[in-house]
Design a protein around this ligand. Sequence first.
Ligand code: NAP
Length: 286
Amino acid sequence: MSPTHTAQLMDGTGLARRIVEETTAKAAEIAQRTGVTPCLATVLVGDDPASVTYVRMKRARCAKAGIQSRHIGLPATTTTAELVDTLAALSHDPQVHGILLQHPVGPGIDERAAFEAIAPEKDVDGVTMHSFGATSFGLPGFESCTPGGIMRLLDEYGVELAGKHAVVVGRSPILGKPVGMLLLAQDATVTYCHSRTTDLQAIVREADIVVAAVGRPRLIHGQDVKPGAVVIDAGYNPGNVGDVDFDTARTRARLITPVPGGVGPMTIAVLLEQTVAAAARQLGMR
Ligand code: NAP
């Protein structure tokens, strides 16, 4: 890399806009052909301000795309059994095509038990073990939305994955773990790093593709980015700061996602896309 090298930016805002436009057209086609508007149920336990904002934002984006949403707000005192019953009822409701349980659900609730009450065909947020297993095997199923968005970005920019060394930093059930499995399903050689990894920097230096999914501002520094690597920053920390030190990383990477405007916008786009796909399938359309 020359001293003046600057990586190409991976434009998540533009790609997300295109996905949402296609999704909006598909939702309109479903409504026209079947008389049914695709419907996403959003479930929120408690009143955590960030979660309230996220759900409001997702519902507003649904409305804009011609997707109906039905909101179920539950008190913070809700038990696991009550939440499971609510999600099971939505799973059986033919007027609901997708279900989103906003997480974290708060202390005292078994989040995994709650997720597993979502029917796989309505798991448009890709949080169930069924979805994780299916997509890990490369079989039909809904992807966890942020990992799905990352894979769409890699595809959009023609990043070759087969035989490449992908280092995923972070192993959360909704982000790190599934994105690693999606990369593996496309024949990348995947290394997972986490809080117990020793010598993270040495491992990152070996990566052709780095996915940062940690939640620690600027944890990955440019000096540890292999020249010509592809850098995906899923981190979102206060002050619009990612998990990658953007200014130094862009002098060595070939492609890099900005924060904001990289991975962030892709998550809702994939959620909307999967909701409409779920509706199409449940209504007997291709
Ligand atoms: P999380 O559940 O807190 O998981 C963080 C992961 O990072 C864990 O696997 C943890 O390891 C690992 N980790 C923590 N400190 C580390 C260190 N010093 N070195 C290496 N690994 C370390 O977080 P998450 O939900 O996956 O989210 C991660 C980031 O992505 C956050 O900034 C979040 O805001 C962002 N995010 C963005 C979107 C979006 O763009 N739409 C969506 C989801 C999340 P252990 O497993 O060992 O604890």
